[in-house]
Design a protein around this ligand. Structure first.
Ligand code: BTN
Length: 262
């Protein structure tokens, strides 16, 4: 049923205006990614499904990160239909999701500067607005679970300064509440379009995600497996690797935690 509440998702519109075959709504979930990984096992190959929750009790991020879903934020996991993409392309799928979130965000907050903080964060005006967690169900014939937690109408205007220095909500960047259904529909359609491009025109897609790279030209420190690498970021390669210019030359990096230090 249509609603005036900008936070309430109008599921019938999502079904009518996207390629999603089914929406599984849960007022509360442990983690929408956990639920989606279970549901993916029985989902027909040609169908996608959206698992949407109002609250999560055990939201997960990369590594040991936890994800807290505040009221007014958007929390969902998409089970993609079966795509001719290998499980090894999971990092590229994460960048596609980040790109779709950037493109959708700028439609709703035209003055915000969206960016992908490699490999899985979406920033607005240099502060984190969304996190992406891609997981693979059924590795032999991979179904990707694209999990997103996005600060949408959970304003951080009253949050302590140290929180506001690091995080932002789309409504704060837009200066007004954002229609969560419109945002979700835009995101899902942009994700569809750019996942297709991953199959048909990878180099063009890579040019698009490079254009949103927060780290390009910045000095960054990357920690991976107990090692630390420092250098200037040279952008993101076609295969999704972060390119770091180190004294040893330009090094492609495929995982790790990155911080900007200058
Ligand atoms: C990160 O910042 O490391 C990624 C956070 C991803 C959070 C989303 S919320 C929806 C989905 N369900 C989860 O448990 N995690 C993802």
């Amino acid at each position: 049923m249509p609603t005036d509440n900008p936070d309430t998702i109008d599921i019938s519109r999502v079904l009518a205006q996207t390629s999603i075959g089914h929406v599984h709504y849960l007022p509360e979930a442990d983690s929408t990614n956990n639920q989606a990984l279970c549901r993916a096992v029985d989902l027909p190959d040609d169908q996608s499904e959206l698992v949407l929750a109002s609250r999560q009790t055990a939201g997960r991020g990369r590594g040991q990160n936890r994800w807290y879903s505040a009221e007014g934020s958007l929390t969902f996991s998409l089970i993609t239909r079966l795509l001719p993409i290998a499980a090894s392309q999971t990092p590229a799928v994460s960048l596609v999701a980040g790109l779709a979130a950037c493109l959708a965000s700028e439609r709703h907050a035209p003055r915000a500067q969206p960016a992908i903080k490699w490999p899985n964060d979406v920033y607005l005006n240099e502060r984190k607005a969304a996190g992406v967690l891609i997981e693979v169900a059924r590795p032999a014939t991979p179904r990707f679970v694209v999990g997103i937690g996005m600060n949408v109408n959970n304003t951080l205007a009253g949050a302590p300064q140290e929180v506001r220095d690091r995080a932002i909500s789309l409504c704060d960047a837009a200066g007004q509440p954002v229609g969560a259904t419109d945002l979700l529909i835009d995101f899902l359609n942009l994700l569809d379009e750019h996942l297709a491009m991953l199959i048909t025109d990878g180099p063009r897609l890579a040019r698009l995600w490079r254009g949103y790279c927060l780290l390009t030209g910045r000095r960054v420190r990357l920690s991976v497996g107990g090692r630390t690498l420092e250098g200037e970021c040279q952008g993101i390669a076609d295969d999704g690797a972060l390119l770091l210019a180190t004294p040893q030359g330009v090094t492609p990096c495929y995982g790790g935690v990155v911080e900007i230090y200058a």
